[in-house]
Design a binder for this molecule. Structure first.
Ligand code: 0L1
Ligand code: MG
Length: 259
């Protein structure tokens, strides 16, 4: 069956804009991972065409548990746009989204471009200017977060909103695999983990991303803010939630959920 990349991208775009969940697209039109990234690119082009700007790429499904669940041995990537960024301490308007969940992550800001392939975590660290804590809000456009791997890739890996911490830390001397991070809601710790939950070390996640982007002739650029993947599991959000992510030595990142 031939796959109309553009019409699937438009359907997913409209689902996001209209805050309306849709049945996973592969149920009607099966497609593979290569086609899924083509659909994602169409979706990215729609957003760029509307004047939105890419803040940086994101990695998803970076934990062993999530990869096993989806039966894959490589994470997936998508893109965070400027309209998705909520200022630190700001408000997430839940009525703008479908069924958001939050997960705690470490983000990287590169001081130099990184071009694959064969990039290692050590090369990433050498090119990193800062690391910072982040809270990613994922909001799959699919009913009940039910999707196959190609579906979620096409849907820009459920990217929806993100809050970055204000404190920027140079990674020298930090063992980011050992850095602990908690995710609290209304003062109660809901999830916790260490950097090693992200493919062994968050810098490995950035290296894998560089190598995956190299396959389509793209590189990681200095100044981009890169989400490396969830250290914690994702937690459903409700109105009134006060959300905090704390990472040892990296500081805190917070937001509130409003109607
Ligand atoms: O950022 C992520 O790891 C999410 C990837 C997509 C899977 C999901 O929506 O749960
Ligand atoms: Mg994530």
């Amino acid at each position: 069956m031939s796959v109309d990349h553009n019409s699937i991208a438009n359907l997913l775009h409209l689902a996001e804009v209209e805050k309306r969940e849709v049945v996973r697209v592969t149920e009607q039109t099966p497609f593979d991972i290569e086609a899924a990234y083509k659909i994602q690119q169409e979706l990215v082009n729609i957003k760029l065409g509307q004047g939105h700007r890419i803040v940086g790429p994101k990695m998803g499904l970076t934990s062993q548990a999530k990869m096993k669940q989806m039966n894959v041995n490589e994470p997936i990537y998508g893109y965070v746009f400027d309209y998705m960024v909520i200022p630190e301490g700001g408000e997430l308007k839940i009525s703008d989204l479908i069924h958001p969940k939050v997960e705690a992550e470490i983000a990287f800001i590169l001081g130099k471009d990184i071009e694959g392939s064969g990039i290692t975590g050590a090369q990433v660290l050498a090119a990193t200017e800062y690391v910072l804590p982040a809270l990613e809000i994922i909001d799959s456009r699919y009913e009940n977060f039910k999707f196959t791997l190609p579906d979620v890739i096409a849907d820009n890996t459920s990217a929806s909103r993100v809050v970055f911490g204000n404190k920027l830390t140079h990674p020298d001397g930090l063992d980011l695999d050992l850095v602990g991070m908690t995710l609290s809601i209304n003062g109660e710790i809901k999830e916790l983990g260490a950097g090693a939950a992200v493919v062994g070390h968050p810098a490995n996640s950035v290296a894998m991303l560089a190598n995956m982007l190299a396959r389509k002739g793209e590189k990681l650029k200095a100044g981009q803010i890169i989400l490396t993947g969830g250290i914690t599991g994702a937690v459903m959000l409700s109105v009134g939630d006060s959300v905090a992510g704390k990472a040892d030595g990296l500081g805190e990142v917070t937001f509130k959920v409003v109607e």
